[in-house]
Design a protein around this ligand. Structure first.
Ligand code: CP3
Length: 356
């Protein structure tokens, strides 16, 4: 690209990439593609490098984070990298005793039940997550024009792990706290919002080109409860970041929440496979882009099935003012990585636009 002139933004570089352009609802050379959980167990090179390193420890080694983050970019030619980390990394940095158990997910030693438990969650700054700062700085250099996405967990999804003590299908203890002691609930979410905002700010200061706020389990709530118990906290995070880099807001099973999730301050709303992208666009409105929404299990089907679904999603995505192609949730470990590579090439081919 050419250097900045007369205060114009620099041409080329990640801020001018197809991914960032789509997030900003600007035309680009093709619809960009990346996959949630693109770095992970579907890749043999990931399984090899992770063989003797526990998950949380791997997130704290910048050279390992850099290599794992780059693996899917090299292999698939995706339009964006996502930082290799986990939503519980900042919570651990805030002093919560937890681990990530293989095959299970995050497990918290002493689940949050009282105001004293909430107060033990400390504020964090760059020094508490210096390994993330360092990894992002290395990656920005290595990636060149390919944008790096930073991320964090949203207050509801983090609160669920902290209150349940681990993964939950019903989020029963979480909802019991929310309905039974709204003041304690809001105090917990306010703490988590501070941690999340600080964690995302570290990543932005280190040079990420976009951020994604994962509220993976928000779809467990009605729209009314989402608006009352969750939206103010997620709005605090997304609003606190400002509009410097695009903000993506994602959850699973959020068909009824898509409008509210956009209102939280997102530039892009992530959509799972249950809601067609043209329908989602009607709910989200014309001033936000959408991201999604291939069912990750479709990748396990024969190629003609995958191809037909990719074509349908690309067509329905044309209704949106900007479309970032992705899955509706993370890549399953049993996915054949060659299918992911073919999906990237197919989306690029189907959406190629002549340079203007
Ligand atoms: O997307 C990427 O490639 C970036 C890496 C990433 C991880 N976790 C790495 C990881 C991201 C974006 C996350 C976010 C995350 N972590 C979410 C939100 C996204 C979503 O899936 O909804 C959630 C809910 C978590 C909590 C968590 N951490 C779960 C449910 C698991 C899976 C448990 C398992 O073993 O099946 C983890 C562990 C985890 N985080 C793994 C990876 C690659 C698997 C650990 C391993 O490889 O041993």
């Amino acid at each position: 690209g050419t250097a900045a002139r007369n205060g114009e933004p620099r041409r080329g570089g990640p801020a001018d990439s197809p991914f960032v352009r789509a997030c900003r609802r600007e035309p680009g050379p093709h619809t960009p593609v990346w996959f949630m959980r693109q770095a992970g167990r579907s890749l043999p090179e990931y399984r090899e490098i992770r063989a003797n390193v526990p998950m949380l420890e791997s997130c704290r080694r910048p050279e390992l984070v850099t290599e794992i983050t780059l693996q899917p970019v090299r292999r698939h030619g995706v339009d964006a990298a996502i930082l290799f980390s986990d939503i519980v990394v900042p919570v651990a940095a805030a002093g919560v005793d937890l681990d990530i158990v293989p095959g299970t997910g995050p497990v918290v030693a002493e689940p949050v039940r009282t105001a004293a438990d909430v107060e033990r969650i400390s504020p964090i700054g760059r020094d508490d997550v210096s390994y993330v700062d360092e990894a992002v700085r290395r990656l920005v250099v290595e990636l060149g024009d390919t944008p790096l996405i930073g991320f964090a967990g949203a207050p509801f999804t983090l609160a669920s792990y902290l209150v349940e003590g681990g993964p939950s299908r019903t989020h029963a203890k979480t909802k019991a706290l929310m309905y039974g002691d709204p003041d304690l609930w809001h105090a917990l979410c306010a703490r988590l919002a501070e941690v999340t905002l600080a964690f995302l700010q570290v990543q932005i200061d280190a040079g990420v080109s976009a951020v994604q706020l994962f509220d993976s389990w928000a779809g467990a709530l009605s729209e009314a409860d989402y608006r009352r118990f969750v939206l103010p906290h997620s709005t605090y995070v997304l609003g606190g970041l400002g509009a410097g880099v695009p903000r993506i807001h994602f959850g699973v099973g959020t068909g009824e929440l898509l409008g509210a999730m956009g209102e939280a301050g997102a530039d892009v709303v992530g959509v799972d496979w249950r809601t067609p992208l043209d329908v989602a666009t009607g709910r989200i409105g014309p001033d936000k882009a959408v991201q999604g929404n291939l069912d990750p299990t479709v990748l396990l089907a024969p190629w003609p099935v995958v191809e037909a679904e990719v074509r349908r999603i690309v067509e329905q995505g044309r209704a949106a003012p900007g479309h970032v192609f992705n899955l509706g949730h993370g890549v399953l470990p049993e996915t054949d990585p060659e299918v992911l590579t073919r999906v990237v090439a197919l989306v690029h081919e189907l959406t190629a636009r002549p340079e203007r």
